[in-house]
Design a protein around this ligand. Sequence first.
Ligand SMILES: [Zn+2]
Length: 445
Amino acid sequence: MKKFIAIAVCKLAAFVGRLLGKGSSMPGKLALRICPDILSRLTLPERIVAVTGSNGKTSTVEMLVRCLTEAGQRVVWNKEGSNQIEGVTTMFLRACSLSGRVKCDTAVLESDEQYARHTFRYIRPTHFMILNLCRDQLTRNGHPEYVLERIAAAVGGDMKLILNADDPLVCSLAKLTRGEVVYFGVAKGVINDGFEPMYDDGRVCPECDGEMSFSEHTYGPFGHWSCHNCENKRPTPKYELTSLDLESGRMEINSSAEISSAIRTPFSVSNLLAAFAAASELGLDGATSAKALSGYALKSGRLRTWKNGDKNITFLTAKHENSVSYDQSFAAAVKRGGDVLVIVDAVSRKYFTGETSWLYDINFSLLASERIGRVYLAGAYVNDLAMRSELAGIPKEKTVLLDSLDSMSRAFEESSELYVITCFADRDKFLSRLPETAKEGQGVC
Ligand SMILES: [Zn+2]
C-alpha cells in the first residue's frame, strides 16, 4: 500500500510541478518520505546505464538516449538533469505503472559523482560509465581523488564498466568490478587542443604513487599516460577516436564508423565517443549510432547567440570552480576572435563561498592572444578576476573592469563581436541585461 501511495503522490506532484515549472527533485523527495526504499520495490528495466564524471554527463546521456531511441528502444532518463536520488526517484516513478513496473527497454541515469553510492543501494546499474575526473566544485568536491573514492564506493558486483582510457584516475576503478571493463579513448595525434593544463593532476600513479608522464595530452588534462615506477599505463581502448576534423565536424571511430557531427569542441567530441561506446555495449551497431549522432545538435548545448543590429553576442557557458569548462570556452573565443566578457558574481547556485583560488587553475593567458580584443571583467569578484588576468599577462590596456553588473551595457555597446563567458549561477544576470534590441539566433555547439 505504501508503495502505491508513494507512486501516486509522486506522479501527482510531478504533474503539478510541471504546470508550475518547478524542478524535478521534489516529487521524488515526497515519495521517499512516504516509502524510503521505494526504488528497490519497483520492477526496473533489464538494462540500466549510469553515467557519471566531472564534465559532460548531461550531453553524454542526451547523445546516448538519442542513439537508443533512434534504434527504436523505449528509454527512460533524467532529462531535467536532477541527478541525485530524489531526481532519479522522480524519473522512475513518473515512468512506472501504479503497480511499480517501469515500462521501457533501457534506463539511462545521469548520476552525481558523490551520490551514486547512495542511489546504487537501491538501483544496481548493469552498465556504469565514468567519463572523467577533473577539478570541479572545489568547495563541495575537494579534489579529484576525493571524488574517485566516492565513485569507487558505488562500483561493485558484476556491473560492466565503460571507462575513459585517457584518464588515469578513472582507469583505476577497473579492478573494483567482477564484470567486464571496456575503454574509450582518443588516438594519438587526433586532437591537439593546443595548450597544456595549468596543473599537474595525473602526474602521480593511482596504483603505486610513482611518477607518471603523458606522451601526449589529447584534450584538457587527459591523454596517453604511463607510470615510470610500475606497469600501470593507458589501456587499449575498444572504442577509439581515430580521426577528427573540428572545422567540418567529421570524425571516425575505430577507423570505420564515420560521423559528421554538429559538435566542434574537443571535450564534447570525447562525450560523443563515450555515448557511441555505451550504445555499442548496449548492442547497437556502429552504423546506427553514427547515423543517430550525425548532425545532431545538443538540446543541452551550451552556446547561444544574439544579433544586436550589426553586433554579435555569443554566450559560451562555463562552470565556476571548473577550469576545464573555462579553458574550453576561452579556447573557443580565441579561435573565433573578438572581445570577451567574463562574469563571476556568485560562485555557486547551491552554496555560498567566496573562495576563488580556482581562477588560478584556468588558463587565462589564452585571453592574452592577439585574436582577443578587450577583456571585460564583471561581478562581485571583479578584483579577483583583475588580479588573475594581470598575472596571466593580459595587457592592462586590454582589460576593462566593470564596476557593476549594469555596466555590462558598455560591453554590449562597444563590442561588435562579444563572447560572454560565465556559469549557470550568473547566466540570468547576463540574460536580463541583454539589450532589448538583441535577437536570439541559432546556437551551434
Ligand atoms: Zn605506478
